[in-house]
Design a binder for this molecule. Structure first.
Ligand SMILES: [Zn+2]
Length: 216
């Protein structure tokens, strides 16, 4: 079997999604790119998380040609391929319909940086416009709106996170939901205090200095 390590990382990340209440049944996708070969490992479509094994994951090239695997790839594959093609720095992508972030998606609103952890994601998490699932329109909309952020909420759809590694993109998916949850509950009680751009930068520097260890 090809790309054992990357398969394992994608598999372990997929298991984190139901564990952290980010997905239900078949929803959600994780993919990773092997820096050497440029090949992508991605979840098959419509597959139960508790039945999944690393061997069920699909290996494909950047043009979407299956290199290894017998199952059909995630319905979200075109979006992942689009992002890998356009951002050479991205090697891990997580997509979920996590509920609190998706509240902002259906309101068509960005998620405000109400917690210091939002700084890790780039501050305010932008909102991308509506685009149908399955084609390249989601990818081009993400590219247009993502900026320097590591996460984006797509209108009436869900959340995408991007990172240098699959595991980091998975941590970001959990962080987005945490920030969205606190922002949502805070908004029920009034106007939350939102971090300024300077405060976001200050937190980014603190994280880089004190928590700057890169995990694989
Ligand atoms: Zn989706």
């Amino acid at each position: 079997m090809m790309l054992d390590e990357l398969r394992e990382e994608v598999y372990e990340s997929l298991l984190e999604l139901p564990k952290n209440h980010l997905v239900t049944m078949h929803s959600g996708t994780v993919s990773g790119r092997d820096p050497e070969s440029g090949l992508i490992v991605i979840k098959p479509t419509g597959f139960r998380y508790d039945k999944l094994t690393p061997a069920d994951l699909i290996v494909m090239d950047l043009d979407g040609r299956c290199v290894e695997g017998t199952l059909r790839p995630s319905s979200d594959t075109a979006t992942h391929l689009y992002m890998y093609k356009h951002r050479s720095d991205i090697h891990g992508i997580v997509h979920t319909h996590s509920p609190f972030a998706s509240i902002f998606a259906v309101l068509g609103k960005p998620i405000p940086p109400v917690m210091s952890s939002a700084a890790l994601l780039g501050g305010e998490i932008p909102i991308g416009g509506y685009a149908p699932v399955g084609g390249e329109d989601i990818g081009s909309e993400i590219m247009a709106k993502l900026g320097d952020c590591s996460a984006i909420v797509m209108q009436n759809h869900g959340v995408y996170t991007f990172a240098k590694t699959v595991w980091k993109a998975t941590i970001y998916a959990v962080e987005v939901e945490d920030v969205a949850k606190i922002a949502h509950y805070a908004m029920l009680q009034g106007d939350p205090i939102v971090l300024s751009k300077d405060q976001v930068e200050e937190f980014q520097n603190i994280y880089a200095t004190y928590y700057g260890q890169e995990e694989d």
